[in-house]
Design a protein around this ligand. Structure first.
Ligand code: CP
Ligand code: NVA
Length: 333
């Protein structure tokens, strides 16, 4: 397979072989810090795992390993796909709702991270501020994987790349238009697209633009990969000739107090039939889910023939299995 002009070797994958010594960081906090060739490698492993019979060789890869999941926000896809993925690779997952552990009664994050590191082999954390995730990573001696923060959602963006790759055959030069809130999804899509040479067009209201520092760093990465990072307030301009149209909720978890003003601000950015008409005729429609039909996307578009949202949701499982094989079971310390 060729992605980004590089052919990826079809190597028999062994999770305990450190193929790129020193290049992967202990933690997967943002895509910015994942080397480009590793992004491509994760996609390749995900494809191999998706195609592999189950139960098969991979069902022993993480035998004896345990993944903890600490979630401060609700989740369907991230939680279940990590738990199922861990089981499919021969390991176990332990869901730790943050209000059910001693953290909720004042035990420090540092003590919790250090103690959990004595029992577990990896942690997925879903939290609010990116700095809280960084605290987990700093204190834990095991890998910490970002299960969504207010700023980023890297596992989602990797699944999105896999979906575009499957549907369009390549990533380099493909135009993905993201419409609506310049939120965690938009930020990670920008980072992901910059790694693989895509044209990412963000159409957001002026007050809801993606994180400027992420945009700046991604544009630097884009100089190496040929990616284009386009930011506009014009949803039609963003969508024109796109290979993929993508949107997300207008009110993310934790922003419920702002719902009324957000509804007004984002109405012109609804992913509807008119915007789909300016994209390429074979454009696919993406949404990380959960969706609000009639708000950020019309029912006709999300449930229509161009929608790839269920493949996209399924690909969370395959990409995260690739992440688990790459990050768990290595001697990090
Ligand atoms: N897309 C996504 O992360 O979904 P969940 O909130 O259900 O995990
Ligand atoms: N932007 C959304 C994504 C949900 C998967 C949120 O943070 O709530």
């Amino acid at each position: 397979m060729t992605i980004l002009g590089q052919s990826i070797p079809d190597t028999a994958h062994s999770p305990r072989t450190n193929s790129f010594p020193g290049e992967l960081r202990k933690d997967l906090l943002t895509l910015e810090t994942v080397p480009r060739h590793h992004v491509l490698r994760l996609l390749q492993i995900a494809r191999e795992l998706k195609a592999a019979p189950r139960p098969g060789r991979a069902s022993q890869w993480l035998q004896g390993l345990t993944l903890g999941l600490i979630f401060e926000k609700p989740s369907t896809r991230t939680r279940v796909s990590f738990e199922a993925g861990m089981n499919q690779l021969g390991g176990q997952a332990l869901f730790l709702s943050s209000d059910k552990i001693q953290l909720s009664r004042g035990e420090s994050l540092a003590d919790t991270a250090l103690v959990l590191s004595r029992y577990l082999d990896g942690l997925v954390v879903r939290t609010f501020d990116q700095s809280i995730l960084e605290d987990w990573a700093r204190h834990a001696t095991i890998p910490v994987i970002n299960g969504l923060t207010d700023l980023t959602h890297p596992c989602q963006a990797l699944a999105d790349l896999l979906t575009v790759l499957e549907r369009k055959g390549s990533l380099k030069g493909k135009k993905l238009a993201y419409l609506g809130d310049g939120n965690n999804i938009a930020n990670s899509l920008i980072e992901a697209g910059a790694k693989v040479g895509m044209h990412i067009a963000i159409g957001c209201p002026a007050n809801y633009m993606p994180d400027p520092s992420i945009v700046e760093k991604s544009r630097i990465e884009a100089e190496q990969t040929g990616a284009i990072i386009e930011i506009t307030s014009d949803p039609v301009e963003a969508s024109r000739n796109a290979d993929a149209l993508y949107t997300d909720v207008w009110t993310s978890m934790g922003q419920e107090d702002e719902q009324a003003q957000r509804l007004t601000a984002f109405t012109p950015y609804q992913l509807n039939e008119s915007l789909l008409a300016v994209a390429k005729p074979d454009a696919i429609v993406l949404h990380c889910l959960p969706a609000h039909r009639g708000e950020e996307i019309t029912e006709g578009v999300i449930d229509g023939p161009q929608s790839a949202v269920l493949d996209q949701a399924e690909n969370r499982l395959h990409v995260q299995k690739a992440i688990l094989t790459e990050w768990l079971g290595r001697p990090w310390s």
